[in-house]
Write a new protein. Structure first.
Length: 380
């Protein structure tokens, strides 16, 4: 856990170094500032070779495996989303092709009617007109008719050429989408095989970690040590944020107390102050793995990384000294520094952190102190 909480501490403490602005900073400026902080954190993480987690091979391997799993899940989601998009594009292209072919058939039918009209006039209608000198008015009318017929025929031919070109473009686009779809299918199969292998490796690591505890009491003591360490770091983080000359902008979250939506729908497995270890200060909500986890209110992501005990942990700062924590995520759907709105997808329910049952751990902190999340979210 030391590496994770140290990373968390450096990230949020580094926020104090970001120069406050009188006006709202641009999204690009905020990104650049947080990217610089992220580079500093990565450098620190590489130097944390003497921490408890670095000495704990099983814990370190669990972090590596679950981080790789999160990336695999994220990539699978992206591939599946791309596949759905390509399928929709192919459906639209096929619909467009059907429309083009129907339009081309109409143009061919109209052109055939014009050619039939020309055929009925004979092979050399212009010569007939020249020989028909007894009625100049009729000659003029026929010439006008022939001119219009010739113009319409040329327009039909031009339209047919355009339709043929559009159909050729359509077929090439369909072929390209089909080729990409085949490649996606292969990558999905490969990623799925990787996922199965990684899941097996994770199960072995979790079993190894569990086997270290001779009794349930020993396991709880270890979990409580993780929680105590995290508590100290999170309190320091909130104190550092409070020392900012200009605090993070308010999102009026105080006005929504008791009305916030649930981050995920599911069965409450443990409530505030009733859970064990890292679960004591929030609530654990069981839900199917992969279920989207949504932001309960607007804010900015200030942490998204793996932390011992919590697994994949994401923290959103809502201003007004209020933060929400989301732990055991399968993978992240947003990045550090990204602004989020109420209802935005933050990630997916998982079992990271060495747990065997998928669930979301949700915590609310105000002024650095944990408070009952159910006093903030709407009753159901």
């Amino acid at each position: 856990m030391a590496r994770g909480v140290a990373t968390l501490g450096v990230l949020l403490l580094a926020l104090c170094l970001v120069p406050p602005l009188a006006a709202q900073p641009s999204e690009r400026a905020a990104r650049e500032q947080l990217d610089a902080i992220g580079e500093e954190i990565q450098g620190l993480s590489r130097r944390l070779s003497t921490t408890r987690e670095a000495r704990d091979d099983a814990g370190r391997e669990l972090r590596e495996v679950e981080t790789a799993l999160a990336e695999t899940h994220r990539r699978l989601d992206a591939l599946q989303a791309e596949r759905r998009g390509l399928t929709d594009e192919i459906d639209a292209l096929e619909s467009r092709r059907n429309g083009l072919e129907a339009e081309r058939a109409d143009q061919v039918e109209a052109l055939n009617a014009q050619l039939d009209a020309l055929y009925r006039l004979g092979l050399t209608p212009q010569l007939k007109l020249l020989l028909n000198q007894d009625d100049p008015a009729r000659l003029d009318r026929l010439q006008h008719y022939l001119n219009r017929l010739a113009k319409a025929r040329n327009e039909r031919l031009d339209e047919l050429a355009r339709l043929d070109s559009a159909l050729a473009d359509n077929r090439r686009a369909l072929e390209a989408r089909g080729t990409r779809l085949d490649a996606l299918a292969e990558e999905l199969a490969s990623r799925s095989a990787d996922l199965a292998e990684q899941m097996q490796g994770r199960a072995q690591l979790v079993a190894e970690l569990d086997s270290r505890y001779a009794t349930e009491q020993a396991r709880l003591e270890d979990l409580n040590q993780d929680r105590a360490h995290a508590e100290r770091v999170l309190r320091e983080v909130q104190e550092a944020l409070a020392r900012l000359q200009r605090p993070p902008p308010s999102t009026a979250i105080e006005q929504t107390q008791g009305e916030l939506p649930w981050p995920v729908q599911g069965q409450v497995a443990s409530r505030f102050r009733r859970g064990d270890g890292v679960h004591r200060n929030g609530m654990l909500i069981r839900a199917a793995e992969g279920t989207p986890v949504r932001a309960v209110h607007g804010g900015r992501v200030v942490f998204a990384d793996w932390m011992r005990g919590f697994g994949n942990l994401l923290i959103v700062d809502h201003g007004d000294q209020v933060m929400t924590l989301h732990a055991h995520l399968q993978h992240f759907g947003v990045e550090v520094g990204q602004a989020v709105s109420r209802g935005d997808t933050l990630g997916a329910v998982g079992a990271s952190g060495g747990h065997d049952t998928p669930a979301l751990y949700f915590e609310v902190r105000r002024g650095g102190e944990p408070i009952d999340p159910q006093s903030w979210i709407a009753s159901r």
